[in-house]
Design a protein around this ligand. Structure first.
Ligand SMILES: Cc1cc2nc3c(=O)[nH]c(=O)nc-3n(C[C@H](O)[C@H](O)[C@H](O)COP(=O)(O)OP(=O)(O)OC[C@H]3O[C@@H](n4cnc5c(N)ncnc54)[C@H](O)[C@@H]3O)c2cc1C
Length: 301
């Protein structure tokens, strides 16, 4: 399967204003985003908790264009980590996007905003999402700087990028890495285009990350990759707390629950907020079948 051929038309469609308006009216976002507020996100987290599943909160938003916008997004994250600290019954952490904290404006602004979130988290894990390929250097530098200063911070790496094997070699020791396939439309110069290559890279990167002593979040809904990871963890006798399985809210709930029932650590990424549109378009581009689901919700109205 050529990934770009599948993604490009869906992303084109999602840029049409009529499509956006229809998506908004349809209410399809609720399948992937449980609510606008942190309280709604915590309520979803409690439901997951009752199934033995942890949560990673993501306050939606990206590519902020003003210092005020970046500061407001930082305030939202500080509120999220404070809400988590006030909810000891919830097993939760937060994940941020650096372009939401001002990376497009200035690296230092972004870094100081992220430090503010990390201080508020008081030792709780703060994960950094990975965005389009132009942000990888900046993101990895900020991650390494904060790790060097002892912060409880981890970062996402994407197996579709050709550079990721080299990036793994350069990680600070004992990093916490979320391994994903990658959700953006990337050119063939920087990213593998065939699913078989992306999956092959995922398997190799996982094995290397484990061998190098990192903690790995296996963030995929691909059952073959999840099973492969579980087998490797079993045969290598890796500590259970070094590998966690992560999926997105609303996707493969059956697999989330089965893994949790089998006693594997599972965490679900729970996005919330009003800026859900770019997130939703990536979910549709990954799986054009979601467009049919979307069309059927329009049909029912
Ligand atoms: C916890 C978590 C955090 C993530 N963080 C990032 C990040 O920081 N940066 C980034 O670039 N990407 C991130 N992603 C997205 C990731 O890169 C992929 O785009 C996404 O997970 C789909 O790929 P997949 O690994 O599930 O495999 P795929 O091969 O795409 O899918 C495997 C199977 O999963 C199911 N599935 C996958 N996607 C969907 C969907 N949208 N709707 C319904 N079913 C679906 C289908 O059954 C499909 O057959 C994250 C994903 C997860 C799970």
């Amino acid at each position: 399967v050529n990934e770009q051929l599948v993604r490009a038309p869906v992303l084109w469609l999602s840029e049409r204003p009529w499509f956006r308006a229809a998506a908004t009216r349809s209410g399809i976002a609720r399948r992937f985003v449980p609510g606008d507020t942190v309280d709604e996100a915590l309520s979803a987290a409690r439901d997951l908790g009752s199934l033995g599943i942890g949560t990673m909160l993501d306050h939606l938003g990206e590519n902020v264009t003003t210092r005020e916008g970046a500061s407001a997004a930082t305030d939202d994250y500080v509120a999220a980590v404070q809400a988590l600290r006030g909810a000891p019954d919830v097993d939760g952490a937060v994940s941020v996007k650096l372009t939401q904290l001002g990376l497009d404006l200035s690296r230092n602004l972004c870094l100081s905003n992220l430090r503010r979130v990390i201080e508020a988290a008081a030792g709780g894990l703060v994960m950094i999402d990975m965005e389009g390929h132009g942000y990888v250097d900046g993101t990895l530098e900020i991650h390494a700087e904060l790790r060097g200063a002892g912060a409880s911070v981890g970062v996402c790496l994407q197996s579709y990028l050709r550079r990721t094997a080299a990036d793994v070699e350069a990680l600070p020791p004992s990093s916490t890495i979320r391994l994903v396939k990658g959700a953006y439309l990337e050119p063939a110069e920087v990213a593998f285009t065939e699913k078989s290559e992306v999956d092959g890279a995922y398997r190799r990167l996982f094995a290397t990350l484990l061998a190098r002593g990192h903690t790995v979040h296996v963030a995929t809904h691909d059952e073959d990759l999840v099973e492969g990871a579980r087998r490797l963890v079993g045969t290598r006798g890796v500590d259970r707390d070094r590998v966690e399985y992560q999926m997105l809210f609303g996707i493969r709930r059956d697999l989330q629950e089965r893994l949790a029932q089998d006693g594997d650590p599972v965490r679900v990424y729970v996005p919330y907020g009003t800026e859900w549109y770019p997130y939703l378009t990536r979910r549709m581009a990954e799986r054009p079948a979601n467009l049919w689901f979307f069309a059927s919700t329009l049909g029912r109205r």
